[in-house]
Design a protein around this ligand. Sequence first.
Ligand code: ADP
Ligand code: MG
Length: 561
Amino acid sequence: MQRLRSIFDRIGRKGYGAYKDLQGSYDLEGFTLFIDKVQRDPFAPPSLIRVRTSQNRFDSMLFSNPVRRVAFEDFLTRSVEKVLRRAVRGSRGSGGSGRIEIQRTSQVVLPRTSMVVTEGYVEARMAAGLPARGRTVDARAAKAMLLEELPRVVREALTPAGVDETRAREHVETVEDANHLREQLPGLGLVAFLADGAVLPRESGASDRPLREGAVAFESPEEFRTTVELPNRGSISGMGLPEGVTLVAGGGFHGKSTLLSALAWGVYDHAPGDGREYVVARADSVKVRAEDGRSVAGVDISGMIGELPGGRSTMNFSTPNASGSTSQAANIAEALEIGTSLLLVDEDTSATNFMVRDERMRKLVNKEPISPFIDLVRPLYDSLNISTIVVAGGVGDYLDVADRVILMEDYETYDATERAREVRESFPVPGAAHTGEARPPRGRRVRASSIDLRRGKRETARSKGSSTIELGRERVDLSYLEQLAEAGQTEAIARAIGEFASEGESQGVEEVVRRTLGSVERDGLDSLGNFRGHPGELSLPRPQEMAAAINRIRSLEASTE
Ligand code: ADP
Ligand code: MG
């Protein structure tokens, strides 16, 4: 404390560069402050700091296993977020002066670099804008930040005295239960589970928070009601969706896409209060959609699309500009390549000609390379054990291939499987055989050397917001990855791609992804950090999103072996 004060006295009113003297660690009351990296000027990205409590006095049940620990770290990150808002005065002076921030959380619970809980301490990683007047050190404001506001954050957010342990316990137990529920799915022959009482709709198209007013709580139809035992809250009942092909039908605006989207997010655990705490899907589920304009590098889409105009083969398909249907085919082939047991498909975001082709078109058009998804959805399950949940309100053809039909009316869910059978028998679709053949796509190797990280004199591999990655001069667009939850995941993926690119080797996409995530599992997320001490703001991505990001690099060269 004394040392810190004397540095402040020395550097007051000097040029901003004098802040560099702060770099180092300081024993303050009850915690250690690490100033890992000092920004160059008040307008540069903020300085990186950490606070580590001298003891961990929290009840050890809060972090007694890996799932609980991640949940508790998530809880503490949120708790710091809240205290920062009330304890830190915020902007004062030029540029980012006076702000202290911690990694922003989304609705989901993920391993993040923002917080570390061990037996011996709790450590929070933050970013601080060291205050300036113009371009000189504002020592008085800096003292207030680091010697008054920060200790308050530690007291109120990182020690049992300031934290509501009942809520912490609830947080941890909810996450553990949800995780358990998801892990039970395969054993129960289910691909997804939606708890009775869940709130699926969101506040708005731009907010992932729950709809507060007028939300109709989810209730399972009797026919699908399943009860599962959870470690903390006991038994829970809701709709269990079995493996196979499930069709979700219903009129427009009756909640179909909302349900499917809740399932897509069901690969993650949610923070209590989200409404979807107990809505889970297989962890490897992939929502696939059309994405015209994306680039595709050497993907085997021949299982879905035959020979293209000019006799172009689709076993090793590349294009800088995919159509709606070829992009959706590539998305599916790539999902199969990285591994998935559940595809989620919404008609709203699908290419019509990829989904179905009716009898008239089958008669009129001879040269149609596309095997529509409707012909593949059964074989995908029968031969590859990949289930599908498909939302279709417009085309009744899917009644022919569905094992069960969920009908949505006024946001309520009904089992319409029997009704659907009657309709099918009364109105058969002539000539509809739907006999496609599903096979796994051939493996690919991607050339690391095709990813060029150079940008002027530097090499860059970093995220810009949650849906863009900058690799050298290229910007990779991830805005159609509907299961990418937060910017920290994007940043982690960017860094992993950066590492792969500088190794310069050719490898299978799956290999690259598994290896990176394997080492993260072994050495922790911090190992993706490019800085000793403070690793930056990272969250754990899924293999599926990481592969998807690699697959969207426009310069990528890849080919099937
Ligand atoms: P569909 O896909 O069937 O056309 P959506 O899922 O897009 O319908 O939902 C239409 C609207 O209804 C959206 O604004 C959504 O937020 C809202 N909504 C969905 N489910 C519910 C619900 N359970 N309670 C209240 N509003 C809902
Ligand atoms: Mg819809």
